[in-house]
Write a protein that binds this ligand. Structure first.
Ligand SMILES: [Zn+2]
Length: 361
C-alpha cells in the first residue's frame, strides 16, 4: 500500500515531511482520503482546545516541507470556522512583526512550540514594551512534552493545551478544556503502551513506549508502529465526561534521546528542569563530548540567565544538583547571557528548535 509519485496519475497527492533535525527530512505522500481525514482529526483537536468559529489563529510553525504549518492550516480553515494566520516561524515572519500582527488584527489563539511561545512573549515584553497580557490571547495550542505549562500560561495569561501527533499519522491525541491528559482519537487510531525492552504491553498507568496503529490510512498505514515516544495512559476519568482514553504527557521523544555514560537522557527532561528555575528564560543547549585520554563522556548544558545581575554561580550549582536528581547522571551547567544560545538553538528563526550537539561521533 505504498504510494509513489507515479500514483499522481490516478489521484492528487501531497508531499510533506517530518521536521528533520539531522540530514534530509523523511518525505511522506498523502493521498486525498488520508489528507482529508488528517484535517478532520486536526479540526477536532482545535475544537477540544476551545477554538471556535470566527477565531483568528496565529500559526507559528515553519512553512515549507514540514507538516508543521501546513497541517494546522488545512484543519483550521476546512473544519473549525476559525481563520488561520500563517506567519510561520521567526524566519518566515520576524517575531516583532508577528507581535504587531497579533495586536493589530486581534488574534485570539497562538499555535507554536513552547520555546517559541516563550521567545515571543519575552520579545514583546522586554524589547517592544508590550505586555503580552494586554494582547488578549484566549488560548494556546502546543506540544508541551516535559515543558513547564504554567510558565507559558503566566507569560501570556492564557491556558496552554497539549497535543500529540506525528507527521506520518496525524493528530493522535489532544487535551480538552480540563487539561487532564490528551484524549486519543480512538476511532482513527489504536494506541498501545509497551515495555521498551521486551515489547510486552503494559497496563494503564504504566510508562512505556507508544505503538501506533492507524485505522483510517489508505497510503502507508502503520500497524503497531513503535514511535519510541514515552507516555502512559491515565486511569482516572476526565471531568469533561469524554470516554476516549487519555495519554498522560509525552515524557520524551526517542529521536532526541542521548545515551550518556549508559544513561538515557531526554533533552525534554533537561528543559523541564531549566524552565522550573525562574532565573532562566527556559533557553538551553547541550554539548556532548568525549574528554581526555579516557574519552569520558561529558555533557555541558548551557542555560540562558534572564537577569545579568543575578548570582550565576548559585544558578549553576542549583541546576547541577537538580539535574543530577532528575536525570540520574551528572552534567555540567554553564550559565550564558540572554540570546547567547540563539545561534545554536535557532529559537528566533525556526520552529524546529535544536537542543543538542553531539560531538562524540
Ligand atoms: Zn476531557
Amino acid at each position: 500500500m505504498g504510494i509513489s509519485p507515479a500514483d499522481g496519475r490516478t489521484m492528487p497527492l501531497v508531499l510533506q515531511t517530518s521536521g528533520g533535525t539531522t540530514g534530509l527530512p523523511r518525505p511522506m505522500l498523502y493521498c486525498p482520503q488520508d489528507r482529508e481525514t488528517m484535517a478532520i482529526l486536526g479540526g477536532r483537536r482545535f475544537a477540544l482546545h476551545g477554538i471556535r468559529p470566527g477565531d483568528m489563529v496565529l500559526v507559528t510553525y515553519s512553512l515549507g516541507l514540514s507538516n508543521g504549518g501546513m497541517a494546522p492550516r488545512e484543519a483550521l480553515w476546512r473544519y473549525t470556522g476559525a481563520v488561520p494566520v500563517m506567519t510561520g516561524s521567526g524566519a518566515n515572519t520576524p517575531t516583532r512583526r508577528q507581535i504587531e500582527i497579533v495586536k493589530a488584527w486581534g488574534v485570539q489563539v497562538i499555535l507554536g512550540f513552547p520555546s517559541y511561545l516563550r521567545h515571543m512573549a519575552l520579545v514583546a515584553r522586554d524589547e517592544m514594551g508590550i505586555d503580552p497580557h494586554s494582547l488578549g490571547i484566549r488560548l494556546i495550542g502546543t506540544h508541551l512534552g516535559m515543558e513547564n505549562r504554567r510558565q507559558i500560561e503566566e507569560l501570556w495569561n492564557a491556558p496552554a493545551f497539549d497535543m500529540y501527533g506525528t507527521h506520518e499519522s496525524g493528530m493522535l491525541a489532544a487535551e480538552c478544556r480540563h487539561q487532564s491528559g490528551m484524549h486519543v482519537q480512538e476511532d482513527a487510531f489504536i494506541l498501545e503502551i509497551a515495555d521498551p525492552e521486551t515489547g510486552a504491553l503494559l497496563p494503564d498507568g504504566q510508562k512505556g513506549t507508544v505503538y501506533i496503529t492507524t485505522l483510517y490510512k489508505y497510503g502507508a498505514p502503520q500497524i503497531r508502529f513503535n514511535v519510541n515516544d514515552l507516555s502512559a495512559f491515565r486511569t482516572d476519568a476526565c471531568p469533561c465526561g469524554g470516554t476516549m482514553r487519555r495519554l498522560d504527557r509525552i515524557y520524551g521523544r526517542n529521536d532526541n534521546m542521548i545515551k550518556l555514560r549508559g544513561v538515557n537522557v531526554f533533552p525534554e527532561a533537561i528543559g523541564a528542569v531549566v524552565a522550573e528555575d525562574s532565573r532562566t528564560n527556559g533557553e538551553f543547549f547541550c554539548f556532548v563530548d568525549r574528554v581526555g585520554e579516557a574519552a569520558v563522556e561529558r555533557m555541558e548544558v548551557r542555560v540562558e540567565i534572564t537577569d545579568p545581575e543575578s548570582d550565576w554561580a548559585a544558578v549553576r550549582d542549583d541546576l547541577e544538583r537538580r539535574m543530577k536528581e532528575v536525570l540520574g547522571v551528572k552534567v555540567i551547567v554553564t550559565p550564558a547571557a540572554k540570546g547567547e544560545l540563539d545561534a545554536y538553538t535557532g529559537t528566533s528563526q525556526t520552529s524546529k528548535i535544536k537542543r543538542v550537539l553531539d560531538r562524540r561521533k
